[in-house]
Design a protein around this ligand. Structure first.
Ligand code: ADP
Length: 706
């Protein structure tokens, strides 16, 4: 290799530009991944830069450019590369940063779930074996003996490495993506893809521009001399990247979609990858076509990955493999055959390109898949699901972030219910300011909580006084009313009383009876609500027996027939409250049976769907469907014909009592055919007989009134 000083300067300058691409990859990839992983992604990028250059120096450079299968320490080998020759050193630097580029392509694809410790291992294998062999096939052979790589000998042309660098990286990335599987949450159980939004797309955009800038060195330096060819190489590089981005926009617009940020990033980068194989030997219009084809390849490959549920976190495979394959093929189609000097016809050149693509693909993918699959058995590449959920910044590097701390703080609050510690704040950072705003919200919540507590205790006191008031009402109102009622009865029976006086007296008596009934119901409700605080085992048969005794006069008078069928005998409820509810339902069933007919009431209890049920069914006058819906509201009297006394508060109270202790009541009814009230209770916790809360079948026909 003979280079003059200006050529050496140019190659080294371009090597620096290629090295700057590492910064571009770092920005692009860490911005496209979630903030819980971005430190990890950035560290991986720095790490692969160092590891790959070290391995390339150690062994890779020799495999790529030494004499194949020769004595490692003999003439023509570059193990532990060292040379006093300026040209060779410049060449090494340029090739070493190319190797780094190939390795770093992989880090983006497998980001957010790869164990950090495994990353240097896989980079070592890429830089020490997979990449150098790919280089040797296409560009290699001995620098000293002017040997030729196998593909080079066939006439395969890859100017700056669409296949050698980019597709090789893409193939390895694909193999790893298959081996380690998608990120948690990327695909649901039906295979539908969910977008995982990057944490800083502005940073990614900067990364794309840095890469674009560095690409001038990537392609420009590949000429290895500072000649007039540099102009066309750089102009083609610019044009293809731009054309690819423009065509991406057109394609997405034609598909009726709006362009996602990653489409734009990958659209531009795809064009740059595509032109890399032929930047020195195609015309500008051909560069545009290569850019357009790259746009299609990137979009097509992305769709293909989604179809097979392969998760490439940054789109490395579509950009570097998809556009790399296209660019290499396009070199055969559009190149100036004279410039590349392969002495092949157009068709033969295309054939050589296809062979080059296939051979490199089989080597890079095959070697990566076999090696990494085997390693994965003993040393898994992937982090645990817990670590993946927490994020690799924390789990792999203990590198906390403000966001993580704020989230951890909120998690602590939701777990413990302790709202008294303030969130971490910092007036100079965005999340610190969020913390301050959150503390303001917390203060308001705390104030409200205190007010609520104060109102609660006021309510408690008021409730207590109400209970005392109940007793007063019972005592002070009921007694005088009883006296009025008794004297009215005596007056009514007085033979001297005039007829119209008797009627007035009758009215007084009825009103005082009604007032007494209301007081009784209110007292019962108040007592039952109070007693609901204790839930205990209740013997249903015993409760029904007491209800029957309680209602004996009504039952005998109406000649009602009560039948009971208790499959469930013990409920977990409050005895007094259940007694009140059943008294109300049974007396209603009697009351709302047409006069002259003997009421038929059946009471049934059973267990179903993990709950206990009681049904009280009558064959009375029934209720309109529309009225059923408001039956449990206060003061609902649907039937007020003579003989049916009531105030419309019985069912309202019953529902309140039941709901207060987790039970429910509903009704189904048909006018003229009777009604059926259904009560549903939660059984006492019984671990030996787990309930099935998911089976809701039988609730379909019963409207629940809660
Ligand atoms: P009331 O004291 O009026 O009976 P409820 O709250 O117990 O008050 O009942 C409200 C209304 O629901 C009643 O006025 C009646 O019209 C209707 N109702 C209650 N139970 C039945 C029933 N078993 N059959 C027909 N209608 C009923």
């Amino acid at each position: 290799m003979t280079l003059n000083d200006i050529d050496v300067f140019w190659v080294l300058l371009c090597a620096c530009l290629v090295w700057i691409m590492q910064a571009g990859f770092l920005c692009l990839e860490s911005g496209m991944t979630r903030s819980k992983n971005n430190i990890n992604v950035a560290l991986k990028n720095i790490c692969d830069n160092a590891t790959s250059i070290f391995l390339f120096w150690l062994i890779g450079f020799s495999i790529a450019f030494g004499v194949p299968f020769s004595n490692p320490l003999g003439d023509g080998n570059f193990y532990l590369f060292h040379s006093s020759e300026n040209t060779l050193n410049a060449f090494f630097v340029f090739q070493a940063v190319f190797c780094s580029t190939c390795c770093t392509i992989v880090s983006g694809a497998v980001a957010e779930r790869l164990r950090f410790i495994m990353y240097p291992i896989l980079v070592a294998l890429i830089a020490g074996l997979i990449y150098p062999v790919a280089v040797n096939l296409s560009w290699g052979g001995s620098l000293i003996h002017n040997g030729e790589g196998l593909l080079l000998a066939l006439g395969f042309y890859d100017f700056a490495g669409s296949t050698v660098v980019h597709s090789t990286g893409g193939w390895v990335a694909l193999a790893l993506v298959i081996i380690i599987g998608p990120r948690l949450g990327r695909f649901d159980s039906e295979g539908k893809a969910h977008t995982i939004q990057g944490s800083n797309l502005t940073l990614s955009a900067l990364g794309v521009l840095i890469l674009w800038f560095g690409w001038m060195g990537f392609n420009g330096g590949s000429a290895y001399n500072f000649s007039s060819d540099i102009g066309i190489i750089l102009s083609n590089t610019l044009i293809a990247g731009s054309a690819s981005l423009v065509f991406t926009l057109i394609l997405i617009h034609r598909a009726g979609q709006s362009p996602a940020p990653e489409d734009l990033f990958n659209g531009a980068l795809g064009g740059l990858v595509g032109i890399t194989a032929s930047a020195d030997c195609v015309t500008s219009p051909a560069a545009v076509l290569i850019g357009a084809g790259s746009a299609i390849s990137v979009l097509f490959t992305s769709k293909l990955l989604l179809r097979y549920r392969l998760d490439d976190a940054v789109g490395a495979v579509p950009v570097h493999l998809g556009a790399g394959i296209w660019g290499t093929l396009a070199a055969g189609i559009f190149c100036d055959l004279g410039t590349i000097g392969s002495e092949l016809s157009r068709l033969e050149q295309i054939g050589a390109q296809v062979i080059g693509i296939l051979v490199t693909g089989v080597w890079a993918f095959g070697a990566a898949y076999v090696l990494f699959r085997a390693i994965n058995v003993y040393y898994p590449f992937r982090v645990s699901p817990q670590d993946e959920s927490v994020g690799l910044n924390i789990s792999e590097h203990r590198a906390s972030s403000e966001l993580y701390e704020l989230i951890a703080f909120m998690q602590y609050q939701s777990d413990t219910g302790n709202l008294h510690r303030p969130a971490p704040t910092d007036q100079f950072t965005e999340l610190g300011i969020v913390g301050m705003a959150y503390n303001h919200v917390l203060n308001t919540v705390r104030l409200k909580e205190e007010k609520l507590k104060a109102s609660n205790s006021q309510l408690e006191t008021a409730n207590e006084s109400l209970r005392t008031y109940d007793q007063l009402v019972a005592h002070d109102l009921r007694n005088p009313l009883t006296v009025i009622s008794s004297y009215a009865a005596m007056l009514q029976e007085d033979p001297d009383a005039q007829n119209n006086h008797r009627e007035y007296v009758e009215r007084i008596r009825r009103s005082s009876d009604d007032a007494m009934k209301i007081i009784r119901e209110l007292l019962n409700f108040s007592r039952a609500s109070h007693e609901l605080e204790t839930l205990e085992p209740v013997d249903l048969e015993e409760v029904l027996y007491n209800v029957r005794i309680h209602l004996t006069p009504l039952i005998e008078q109406s000649q009602a027939k009560l039948s009971t069928d208790c499959q469930v005998k013990q409920l977990h409820f409050n005895e007094f409250a259940l007694h009140q509810v059943l008294v109300n339902l049974i007396s209603n069933a009697i009351k709302y049976t047409p006069s002259g007919e003997a009421p038929q009431i059946s009471i049934r209890s059973y267990a179903e769907n993990g709950r206990h049920w009681i049904e009280v069914e009558d064959q009375g006058i029934g209720i309109e469907q529309e009225a059923c819906e408001r039956l449990f509201d206060n003061h609902q009297r649907l039937h007020s014909s003579p003989g049916t006394s009531g105030y419309g508060i019985g069912l309202f109270s019953a529902k309140k009592l039941l709901n207060g202790a987790g039970a429910e009541i509903s009704v189904r009814s048909e006018p003229g055919r009777g009604s059926c009230f259904t009560l549903s209770f939660t059984p006492a916790p019984a671990p030996a007989q787990p309930s099935n809360p998911f089976d809701l079948e039988s609730q379909d026909e019963t409207r629940t009134a809660t």
